[in-house]
Write a protein that binds this ligand. Structure first.
Ligand SMILES: [Zn+2]
Length: 273
C-alpha cells in the first residue's frame, strides 16, 4: 500500500469532536502516514500543536484571512511570541494558514493584507515556509511574496491560472490539490493537475471542508435537511487516484513524488515521515 501525506487537514475542527482519534486511525489504515494541521486563529494554536504531538503529525501556526475580522491586532505579537516559544519544536513545520480571500463577503481587504504581510515577515524572521490560502487572490499574494521573500511553502487548494501556478512555482512553492479536482466540471483545475510538472504537486484534503464528489451533498438535498458530507484525511488516497488517472501515472509513483515534494515545501517534514 502506498504511503501518503495530507498536507492540509483541519483535524482540530469541531466537526471531528466526537471521533477525532478514529478519523486519524482510519486515515492511517488507508495509508495516510502524516497530516499537516494548520491553525486558523489564536484560539486554536494550542489545539493544533497538541494534536500534532498526539498523533505524530505536524502543525502550522498562523491567522487565517477569514479570521482577521475577529482577530485582535495584538494577536500578531502573540503569534510572534508563540513562534519564539515553539520554533524549535520539530513538529512546527510552517506559518499558516495565512493569505487573502477576495471571494468571501464582508472582509476588509486592507486588514487581510496587513495580517498577511505581517505573517510573511514572521516567516522570514523564523525561517519557516508558509501555507497559503488562495481565493481570488493569487496576484496579490504573489505581490506580497515578491516584496517579502519567504522560504517557499504551499499554495493550498490552488485554483488559479497556469500563469499564476508558474509564478508560485518560480517562487519556490508547491501547489496543493484536493477534493475539488474530483469534479468532472473542474476543467481548468483538472488540466493543471494533469499538466503541471510532477515536482510542483502536493496532495491535501482540507478536511472537513472541500468534500470530494463522492461525499458532496447537492444544494437541493441540503435544503431538505441532509448535511454536507464531511471530508476526512482517509479520503486522500482516493483523491490521489483521480490525480494519478489525470496524469496517467501509477498510484505508487504519485505517492512517492508528492511525499517528496511535501518534504521540499516543508523541509521539517523530512525528519518526521
Ligand atoms: Zn485550510
Amino acid at each position: 500500500m502506498s504511503s501518503w501525506i495530507d498536507t492540509h487537514c483541519h483535524l482540530d475542527a469541531a466537526e471531528f469532536a466526537a471521533d477525532r482519534d478514529t478519523v486519524r486511525e482510519q486515515a492511517a489504515a488507508a495509508g495516510v502516514a502524516h497530516c499537516v494541521i494548520p491553525a486558523v486563529e489564536r484560539a486554536n494554536w494550542d489545539a493544533v500543536r497538541q494534536l500534532a504531538h498526539r498523533h505524530g503529525d505536524s502543525y502550522a501556526l498562523g491567522i487565517h484571512p477569514l479570521y482577521t475580522a475577529r482577530a485582535a491586532d495584538a494577536d500578531l505579537s502573540l503569534l510572534a511570541q508563540a513562534l519564539e516559544q515553539h520554533h524549535r519544536d520539530p513538529r512546527l513545520v510552517a506559518i499558516g494558514e495565512i493569505g487573502l480571500d477576495f471571494f468571501a463577503n464582508g472582509l476588509d481587504p486592507a486588514r487581510q493584507e496587513q495580517f498577511y504581510r505581517a505573517q510573511l515577515q514572521l516567516a522570514r524572521r523564523f525561517d519557516l515556509p508558509v501555507i497559503l490560502h488562495v481565493r481570488r487572490s493569487a496576484d496579490k499574494l504573489l505581490k506580497g511574496l515578491r516584496d517579502i521573500a519567504v522560504p517557499g511553502g504551499i499554495a493550498h487548494a490552488f485554483n488559479g491560472s497556469l500563469q499564476q501556478a508558474q509564478a508560485f512555482i518560480a517562487l519556490g512553492f508547491k501547489l496543493g490539490f484536493g477534493g475539488a479536482v474530483t469534479y468532472d466540471r473542474a476543467l481548468q483545475l483538472r488540466r493543471l493537475a494533469a499538466e503541471l510538472p510532477e515536482s510542483a504537486l502536493v496532495l491535501e484534503t482540507d478536511a472537513p471542508d472541500i468534500p470530494p464528489h463522492w461525499l458532496y451533498t447537492p444544494a437541493e438535498q441540503r435544503a431538505a435537511g441532509q448535511p454536507q458530507g464531511r471530508n476526512a484525511p482517509a479520503e486522500l488516497p482516493r483523491i490521489a487516484e483521480v490525480v494519478a488517472g489525470l496524469r496517467g501515472l501509477p498510484l505508487a509513483a504519485l505517492a512517492c513524488s508528492t511525499s517528496a515534494n511535501a518534504c521540499v515545501a516543508l523541509p521539517r517534514l523530512a525528519g518526521l515521515v
